[in-house]
Design a protein around this ligand. Structure first.
Ligand SMILES: Nc1ncnc2c1ncn2[C@@H]1O[C@H](COP(=O)(O)OP(=O)(O)OP(=O)(O)O)[C@@H](O)[C@H]1O
Ligand SMILES: [Mg+2]
Length: 318
């Protein structure tokens, strides 16, 4: 049984919980923030924007998404792994490209970084064809280009390298027709690895924690996206902002949701990922949440997000 109070309680406290063990629905309509001093302007912006048609996040395939936010521990890897797995179960061919030396997406998808013959380090630094390091995951249609610890040195080793910002872009060009979605899990920095992710991407997806300081540093990330767009990748833009780690027990979560929607409007996905223990447990079993606990609130949230971002099942077999 999920451990948190259901999100619905925040907005409809009188609704009683069902007595059975059905998972709590996590499809959250655009929430109306609780009254809070100083948030009047924010509220009206959110409410004004909430009445129109839902924005579409669907785009032509293939899509390369840099999952980026230089703040640490905000849910980049959890989103790359679980959004990737849910897109794969919708029928898309998905590659999760682990560009973080911590290798959390690699281990979260069941691979041991110590047992790898090759990794993204070899791709970025030694021009290894990316298909030579790609491994299947336990989820059908979901593949991973793993990271190993030596990627930590890449930030420095790349400095004198020829076209150092475009290494990933060139590598992914080789598998352009093989995947519908490539999700690049960026490290928590704005260094050369993240710049490689942004330069290779068709879009940027930013997870934002429903916590205090959630917007801190975001301006710098957006400026970097802008710089990369102007100098390396003209079509790059932030396509989606995903609110994660929403805790329905706190007023603060609602206030952050309201603030983020006020700032970013239609860029913010309608579905919100709740904070749940099951989501944090899944990586230690090397499984995405849809394999680890398919009926959990986290699994439902990422499944809905995958539909929202992709527009649903693939229109054509690739
Ligand atoms: N919705 C959630 N509910 C509960 N725990 C979560 C949730 N999302 C992520 N976590 C946990 O929070 C921690 C940080 O998440 P994650 O590793 O995805 O962040 P990150 O942005 O990739 O971190 P880093 O910047 O270090 O790469 C992890 O322990 C993860 O399991
Ligand atoms: Mg991470």
């Amino acid at each position: 049984m999920p451990e948190d109070r259901p999100i619905a309680e925040v907005h409809a406290p009188a609704v009683e919980r069902a007595t059975d063990d059905l998972p709590t629905p996590v499809v959250v309509p655009i929430p109306q923030p609780l009254p809070a001093p100083g948030l009047d302007d924010v509220q009206s912006t959110v409410l004004a924007g909430s009445g129109g048609a839902a924005p579409s996040f669907a785009r032509p395939l293939p899509r390369i998404m840099a999952i980026a936010n230089q703040k640490g521990g905000v849910g980049k890897t959890t989103t790359a792994v679980n959004l990737g797995a849910c897109l794969a179960t919708l029928g898309y061919r998905v590659l999760v490209c682990d560009l973080d030396p911590q290798g959390n997406a690699t281990t979260g998808l069941g691979l041991n970084p110590r047992n790898l013959a090759s990794s993204m380090y070899d791709v970025v630094l030694n021009d290894l064809p990316i298909e030579d390091c790609i491994e299947p995951s336990s989820v059908r249609n979901l593949f991973v280009a793993p990271a190993s610890l030596d990627l930590a040195g890449a930030e420095i080793e790349l400095v004198p390298a020829f076209s150092r910002e475009l290494r990933l872009k060139r590598a992914l060009a080789e598998v352009h027709d093989d995947y519908d979605f490539v999700l690049v899990d960026c490290p928590p920095s704005l260094g050369l690895l993240t710049v490689n992710g942004l330069a290779a991407a068709t879009e940027v997806v930013v997870p934002i924690q429903c916590e205090y300081y959630a917007l801190e540093g975001l301006g710098q990330l957006l400026r970097n996206v802008d710089l990369v767009q102007r100098n390396l990748n003209p079509s790059l833009e932030v396509s989606a902002i995903i609110l994660v780690m929403y805790d329905g027990r706190t007023k603060l979560s609602d206030q952050v949701v309201a603030e983020v929607r006020a700032h970013f409007g239609d860029k913010v996905c309608r579905h919100i990922v709740p904070r749940t223990v099951r989501l944090s447990e899944a990586p230690s079993f090397g499984q995405p949440i849809i394999a680890f606990d398919p009926a959990s609130r986290g699994a439902i949230a990422y499944r809905e997000l995958a539909k929202e971002i992709s527009g649903g099942t693939p229109q054509r077999a690739r």
